[in-house]
Design a protein around this ligand. Structure first.
Ligand SMILES: [Zn+2]
Length: 427
C-alpha cells in the first residue's frame, strides 16, 4: 500500500530479546517490552526484518533487504509482522493517515465490546509483590523434594480412591440431597476454589523460576467469573521451565482432587461424601479441560513448547484456510510443520464438534430434566442460580457476537465505498 511504504518503523527503547534454539536447530526470538508487559515470538526471517527497524529504513528498504537475503519478497510477512509488533508495543511508527471514522466514533467502542466482552479482566497490580512474599514465606516449601513426593503420593492414591468410588456412588452431578440449588452451589464453590489454587499454582511455579508476575486477579470468561495469573514473563525463560509452569496448574488440580477423593473414600458414606465426590469430579474435569491441547489453555502451551512451534494455533488455522486445499490439489509433499498444522487444525474442528455434541447430550439427559424440575418445582434458589448464570453467559455471548457482526458489516460497507473511489494518480 502506497501510504504505508513511507512508514519507518523504529524499535521501542528498552525492548528486550530472548533467543532460543530448538532441537532441530531452528532459532526463534522472543521480543519483550517491559513497560507494556508484552511479548512476541518471531522466527529468524522476521528477526532479520526486526533488526533493521531502527527508524532509518522504511518498508520498501526492508522488503529489498529481505529479498537480497532470502530471495523472495516479504509482502504478507512484513504486513503481518508490522501489525504484530504494533499490537505488542514493540515498534514506534510514523503516524499513518487513516480513515478518521476508524479512529473516532463508534468503531473503537464496538471493537472494545467485541474483544472484551468474552474476556474481561479486573487486575490487581500488587500481584508480583504478594506472590513473592507468599513464595518466600511458605510457597518455596511446596517445591522441596519431600513435598513433591508427598504430592505425588496423594495424587496417585486420590485417583485410585476416585476410581473405586465412582461405580459405588449413585452419582448425580447437579444435585445434592436431591436438591438442584445445593448441587449447583457445591459445583460452583468447589470449581472456584480449585480455579483459585490452579492459578496460584502457575504463579508459584513462575516465582520458583524467578520470573515476574505482571498481573493477577479476577476475570469474566464468557460471562463466568474466574481467576487468572499472568505468567507471560516465562517467555523470557527457556522451554523446560515454561512447560513446568504450564503444567503447574493442572498438577494442583490433581493434588486437590486427590485430597478430596481420599476424604470421600475414608469418611463414612453420607450426603457429604457425595458432595466431596462431586467436588473431586469438577476438579479432575477442570484439569482435563485445561490439558486438552486443542483449547487455548495449559495443554496447548505445553504442546507448543514441546513441538517448539510458537503461535501453533494461529499458524495452523492460517494453513488450513489458505494452503491446505491448494497443497492437496497440487499433490506436493507436506513437510513436518505442514503435517502438524493440518492435524492440529482438523482435530480442533472435530473436538469442537464433539464438545458441542457432548453439551447437547448432557442437555438432553441432565439439564433438560433439571430445568424442567427447577422451573416447575419449588427450588427458587436454583431458578435464580440457573437464570443468573444463563443471563451472564448469554448476554456476554450476545453482546460480543453482535458487536462483531456490526463491525464486520461496517467494514464491508467501508470497503465497498472505498473500492468505488477513483484511483489517486499519485499512487
Ligand atoms: Zn492453567
Amino acid at each position: 500500500m502506497p501510504e504505508e511504504s513511507i512508514l519507518t518503523p523504529r524499535q521501542m527503547p528498552r525492548t528486550m530479546e530472548h533467543f532460543e534454539r530448538t532441537k532441530r536447530g531452528d532459532t526463534y526470538y522472543v521480543l519483550h517490552n517491559p513497560d507494556k508487559k508484552s511479548y512476541l515470538a518471531i522466527d529468524e526471517e522476521n528477526y532479520f526484518l526486526w533488526e533493521m527497524m531502527n527508524g532509518e529504513h522504511n518498508l520498501t528498504d526492508l522488503a529489498i533487504a529481505y529479498y537480497q537475503r532470502f530471495g523472495s519478497l516479504p509482502l504478507e510477512r512484513l504486513d503481518t509482522l508490522i501489525h504484530q509488533l504494533e499490537a505488542n508495543h514493540l515498534i514506534e511508527t510514523q503516524k499513518k493517515t487513516v480513515n478518521p471514522d476508524i479512529e473516532t466514533g463508534f468503531v473503537p467502542l464496538l471493537t472494545n465490546l467485541a474483544d472484551r466482552t468474552y474476556q474481561r479482566e479486573f487486575d490487581w497490580n500488587q500481584a508480583d509483590k504478594w506472590f513473592s512474599r507468599f513464595y518466600e514465606s511458605i510457597g518455596h516449601l511446596f517445591f522441596t523434594k519431600v513435598a513433591l513426593f508427598g504430592f505425588l503420593l496423594i495424587s496417585v492414591i486420590g485417583i485410585i480412591c476416585f476410581i473405586i468410588l465412582e461405580p459405588t456412588e449413585e452419582f448425580q452431578l447437579f444435585t445434592f440431597n436431591e436438591i438442584y440449588s445445593y448441587g449447583l452451589i457445591v459445583l460452583l464453590i468447589s470449581g472456584w476454589i480449585v480455579l483459585f489454587w490452579h492459578e496460584a499454582g502457575h504463579g508459584l511455579a513462575c516465582k520458583f523460576f524467578g520470573r515476574k508476575i505482571h498481573k493477577a486477579g479476577m476475570m469474566f470468561y464468557y460471562g463466568m467469573p474466574t481467576f487468572f495469573v499472568d505468567v507471560s514473563d516465562m517467555w523470557m525463560s527457556d522451554r523446560t521451565p515454561r512447560i513446568m509452569v504450564s503444567l503447574a496448574g493442572p498438577i494442583v488440580n490433581v493434588i486437590i482432587g486427590g485430597i478430596i477423593s481420599i476424604f470421600a473414600f475414608v469418611l463414612p458414606p453420607s450426603d457429604y461424601t457425595k458432595a466431596l465426590f462431586q467436588a473431586a469430579y469438577v476438579t479432575y474435569l477442570i484439569a482435563l479441560l485445561n490439558l486438552n491441547p486443542l483449547l487455548e489453555l495449559d495443554g496447548y502451551y505445553c504442546l507448543m513448547d514441546l513441538l517448539e512451534m510458537p503461535q501453533l494455533r494461529q499458524k495452523s488455522f492460517d494453513f488450513l484456510k489458505t494452503q491446505l486445499l491448494p497443497k492437496l490439489r497440487s499433490g506436493t509433499r507436506f513437510n513436518r510443520e505442514e503435517i502438524i498444522y493440518s492435524i492440529y487444525s482438523l482435530l480442533s474442528i472435530v473436538v469442537t464438534i464433539l464438545i458441542i455434541a457432548f453439551v447437547l447430550y448432557i442437555w438432553e439427559n441432565e439439564l433438560s430434566l433439571m430445568i424442567h424440575d427447577v422451573f416447575t418445582g419449588q427450588d427458587i434458589m436454583a431458578v435464580i442460580l440457573v437464570g443468573g448464570l444463563t443471563v451472564l453467559a448469554g448476554s456476554s455471548l450476545l453482546i460480543g457476537f453482535g458487536a462483531r457482526i456490526i463491525l464486520y458489516l461496517y467494514r464491508l460497507h467501508d470497503h465497498i465505498l472505498k473500492s468505488r473511489e477513483p484511483c489517486d494518480p499519485k499512487n
